[in-house]
Design a protein around this ligand. Structure first.
Ligand SMILES: Cc1cc2nc3c(=O)[nH]c(=O)nc-3n(C[C@H](O)[C@H](O)[C@H](O)COP(=O)(O)O)c2cc1C
Length: 166
């Protein structure tokens, strides 16, 4: 059986890293792929967040207040070929970006192992694990991995991912 990584990540201007061409969480998703051979699925919104960091925080807060499910450019509806699903993203106001919820709402997690991961700038996993336990009904949700966004491009971060997936 194969593994799947469902994630969100945003290039642009961000806290502590300035302008980045590739989002921090995407770097982690690629490490997971390297170590496990997992397939990657990126939750890619029809309407991208602003490149400006402050504007982006306001947009994310508006989604949170509205409990929004922002539309994605593509979806997956069937995860029956996978036994382990890694689910991650940046921590936005204490939880995953709502684009991830858009995708999760479509999926049947019965019998799956779910491994949560997130990048952040201080809050750790926040409520990522507890929310995934609620949303992925029927899954065995394992201990999550939190990595500081500004440190993902280090050997240490890569090593942490390696140890965690093993
Ligand atoms: C909208 C928004 C909200 C954020 N909220 C938090 C937060 O609650 N706690 C935290 O530690 N970092 C927060 N951050 C920082 C991001 O979690 C961090 O920069 C992350 O690595 C970005 O990942 P990405 O490059 O994959 O999008 C926030 C950043 C943004 C843009």
């Amino acid at each position: 059986m194969k593994s799947l990584v469902i994630y969100f990540s945003r290039p642009g201007n961000n806290w502590a890293v300035g302008y980045i061409e590739k989002g921090n969480t995407e770097v982690i998703a690629e490490y997971i792929k390297e170590f496990t051979g997992a397939d990657l699925f990126k939750c890619d919104p029809v309407k991208p967040y602003s490149e400006d960091y402050m504007k982006c925080t306001e947009e994310a807060m508006a989604y949170k207040k509205a409990d929004a499910r922002p539309a994605l450019k593509a979806y997956i509806d069937d995860i029956s070929a996978y036994d382990t699903v890694y689910i991650g993203g940046p921590v936005y106001w204490g939880e995953l970006p709502y684009e991830v919820y858009t995708e999760l709402d479509r999926l049947d997690f019965h019998g799956k192992t779910v491994k949560p991961f997130a990048t952040h700038e201080g809050s750790g996993l926040g409520s990522v694990e507890s929310v995934l336990k609620r949303k992925c009904v029927g899954a065995n949700v394992k201990r999550g991995l939190a990595i500081q966004g500004s440190s993902v491009r280090s050997d240490l971060a890569k090593e942490q991912v390696k140890n965690w997936v093993e």
